[in-house]
Write a protein that binds this ligand. Structure first.
Ligand SMILES: [Zn+2]
Length: 386
């Protein structure tokens, strides 16, 4: 048995408590005021939070000004090596788990396996493989095109067969596909439902890229786990009610428009143009959904223009800036992000049975949303990894 001694920030209560986190076989046994007898005690400086989780990244994109072009111009093996190179940075940033929502040839599935096998150090990876999209839909150049529920079902099964542990579906157009308005519906409800059903059979999460209201409602009715990006044309009562009914999470990915707008002049002009048209509404809509009780999970969309690996500290800063309370910012990157990965109870919490993944921050994140940018140490299953 081992024990960590220090100040722990509990996402469930939003409280800081001093004490000992008992760890056995890499998992939390309990939190107590004294260590177990004979335990090896590790004293932590600063504030320990459950290992941080980024619920939306793209490891095959570089976060450069034009990542899609960059990837298309390099051999696939280079993309794999480049993507593997980001993993150490995630650990150093206190990020112990991430969800990849669409990679070149599904390479993130292979990286997930390599980390599990101990071939390279990295955070736990839940990978969606390739994203699923209708013919000509958002991301079609690097996803799998499928039309009609049968084809979507088959495509989802194919990704699962290749080792995916999440399914990514395009419910609307997006910023990074030229000539396609961001908000226009893509997959229909029945197509989305077919993909979601395959994920749910395996208890894996289903994520929908969804930016317009109609597409968001299609995705929610289909039962997705997470709505990625969120409304750019306002909510209606039905959409907000669907979030509650389905216990769906909103992953606003504020770091994505943030990067594109800061990169104006470098980033392809059509992306900047589209983002300018929607960025302000995006933030207002996030705040409205949050105030109406929608659970918000943290995901960066890292890899998109000027949105580097890792960028979760920036996302958390932006969530606080929009108006999330400090405890909800912490929940976004722990409790709720764990749910987005289909890992509720196992990750993002200090409750007994959870993996002993920890990020030790120099400052108190409940007092300073910038604290996530200063990580003193990272532990995975009780072992120091950064
Ligand atoms: Zn994305």
């Amino acid at each position: 048995m081992q024990a960590f001694k220090g100040r722990f920030v509990f996402p469930e209560t939003g409280a800081v408590e001093e004490g000992y986190l008992w760890v056995e076989a890499g998992r939390v046994r309990e939190f107590a005021k004294a260590p177990p007898s004979g335990a090896e005690v590790v004293a932590l400086e600063g504030y320990a939070v459950p290992g941080l989780i980024d619920a939306h990244v793209h490891l095959s994109f570089s976060g450069g000004a034009d990542p899609v072009r960059e990837m298309e111009e390099e051999p696939p093996a280079t993309t794999v090596v480049r993507a593997a190179g980001y993993l150490r940075g995630y650990l150093e940033a206190g990020i112990t788990a991430l969800r990849d929502l669409g990679s070149r040839d599904g390479l993130a599935v292979g990286l997930a396996r390599a980390v599990e096998q101990g071939l390279l150090p990295g955070p736990r990876i839940v990978a969606a493989g390739r994203f699923l999209t209708p013919t000509g839909g958002h991301g079609h150049r690097h996803g799998v095109e499928a039309d009609g529920p049968d084809a979507v079902r088959r495509a989802a099964r194919e990704e699962l067969k290749r080792g995916a542990r999440a399914i990514k579906l395009m419910a609307t157009g997006g910023v990074m596909t030229p000539g396609l308005p961001a908000g226009v519906p893509m997959f229909e409800e029945a197509e989305l439902a077919a993909g979601v059903a395959e994920a749910k059979k395996r208890r894996f999460p289903a994520a929908a890229h969804a930016q317009g209201l109609e597409g968001i409602k299609n995705a929610l009715r289909a039962g997705v786990t997470t709505v990625e990006h969120g409304a750019f044309d306002g909510w209606d009562a039905e959409a907000l009610q669907l979030f509650h009914q389905q216990s769906a999470l909103l992953v606003p990915t504020l770091a994505a428009p943030d990067g594109i707008l800061r990169g104006a002049g470098e980033v392809p002009a059509f992306m900047v143009e589209k983002t300018r048209g929607i960025a302000e509404r995006h933030r207002a809509n996030l705040l409205e959904a949050y105030r109406k009780g929608v659970a918000v999970a943290a995901g960066t969309d890292a890899g998109t223009p000027l949105n580097p690996h890792p960028n979760l500290a920036r996302e958390l800063w932006l969530l606080a800036e929009v108006g999330l309370e400090p405890a909800d910012v912490l929940r976004a990157a722990t409790l709720y992000a764990a749910r987005a990965l289909g890992q509720e109870g196992a990750l993002g919490t200090f409750t007994p049975g959870a993996w002993a993944d920890l990020a030790v921050l120099e400052g108190n994140p409940l007092a300073d949303p910038g604290a996530y940018a200063r990580v003193a140490a990272t532990y995975l299953a009780g072992r120091r990894v950064a």
